[in-house]
Design a binder for this molecule. Structure first.
Ligand SMILES: O=C1N[C@]2(CO1)C[C@H](C(=O)N1CCC(COc3ccc(F)cc3Cl)CC1)C2
Length: 321
């Protein structure tokens, strides 16, 4: 019918060609030369925009923040400032294809690229601060990146904080028929776009939804089938990894979350062998809890900062002093 035709017409041919080496200075998608921006260059030669929140004195721990699909690391500034005030050194980057980083908008050839780049940034910061414990904070798809990153280095992290992580798909969007169609379409038209993230489900705070909609560093286009397939593959990987999760984690999830089903967090909490795990459910909470109603956002910051500081191992030098 006409809707199939219209959806076919919406096919956007994506081209992630890379500029010739030795050409003009590499610029961010917003046109800023990377020589003027804090950045790292990933294993594929793509420039990733970075943010750092460094405390004045000697930092007590490193905290890596992994943002979610379609957003960037800017909206974590308030959270990062709070952690910096507690003498934690916070760092983050915009994942490939997001915000001020290079790469095809909200698309990825392999979800593993997000994990590989996160480990590259974490290893860089650990080389600068070799004795500090390392934490990861991840939201939504960034939660999936955090979980799979910690699974690759099970002994490396003092703790992982997950805010409404993507662990399981929303059952409405993952009916067998829809999954079958996504797989079929992925072979035929991987660049075909499905619906986009409905911002009204992000938060009950209308100002936060408006800020998200107005933020030009967010990707507001439709989700490509190929990207959805990568998310599904990440969900399947996590399902296999949960029985081996033994590192400390804190889960925060709203029970009115329509974007990432709370069942995923319950399954992770109930089925992981970790002996240091905590789940806190926010009644009525929407997806982006850290940007939900003020009392929820405040509670999330308090829970997260308290849990992290309680999980900083006491160093012998401190005990001696
Ligand atoms: O404050 C915030 N939070 C954000 C935006 O701004 C929400 C966004 C984020 O990461 N997700 C929300 C959407 C969800 C869709 O999931 C799928 C879709 C198709 C598919 F085939 C398989 C899956 Cl799993 C992925 C996770 C980050």
């Amino acid at each position: 019918g006409s809707d199939v035709l219209s959806s076919l017409l919406r096919v956007s041919v994506t081209d992630s060609s890379m500029p010739e080496p030795g050409a003009a200075p590499r610029r961010s998608p917003q046109g800023v030369p990377y020589s003027d921006l804090p950045h790292i260059v990933n294993a594929d030669g793509l420039h990733l925009f970075c943010r750092y929140w460094e405390p004045a004195g000697q930092p007590r721990a490193l905290v890596f923040i992994a943002h979610g699909a379609g957003e960037h690391c800017g909206p974590y500034d308030e959270m990062a400032q709070k952690l910096k005030e507690l003498s934690l050194l916070v760092f983050a980057h915009d994942h490939v294809g997001h915000g001020q980083s290079e790469g095809d908008r909200m698309n990825i050839k392999d979800f593993q690229i997000y994990i590989r780049d996160s480990l590259q940034h974490i290893d860089l910061m650990k080389s600068r601060h070799p004795d500090l414990p390392v934490f990861i904070v991840g939201h939504s798809m960034g939660g999936a990146i955090s979980i799979l990153t910690a699974c690759e280095r099970p002994g490396d992290f003092a703790g992982v904080v997950l805010i409404a992580p993507l662990v399981q798909m929303n059952p409405e969007s993952a009916t067998p028929f829809k999954v079958f169609m996504a797989k079929l379409l992925n072979h035929m038209l991987p660049s075909l776009t499905m619906g986009s993230i409905e911002s009204k489900w992000l938060s009950r705070d209308k100002r936060q939804v408006a800020a998200y909609d107005a933020d030009e560093l967010n990707y507001h286009g439709g989700m490509r089938v190929s990207f959805g397939m990568q998310l599904m593959a990440a969900v399947e990987r996590m399902e296999r990894e949960i029985p081996s999760i033994s590192w400390p984690f804190l889960l925060l999830h709203g029970d009115a979350d329509k974007l990432c089903d709370i069942r995923g967090s319950r399954i992770m909490h109930d089925n992981s062998p970790s002996t240091d795990k905590k789940i806190k459910i926010y009644e009525g909470g929407y997806h982006a809890l850290h940007h939900d109603l003020p009392e929820v956002a405040e509670s999330v910051l308090k829970e997260l900062t308290t849990w992290i500081t309680e999980h900083i191992p006491a160093t012998t030098s401190q005990e001696v002093q």
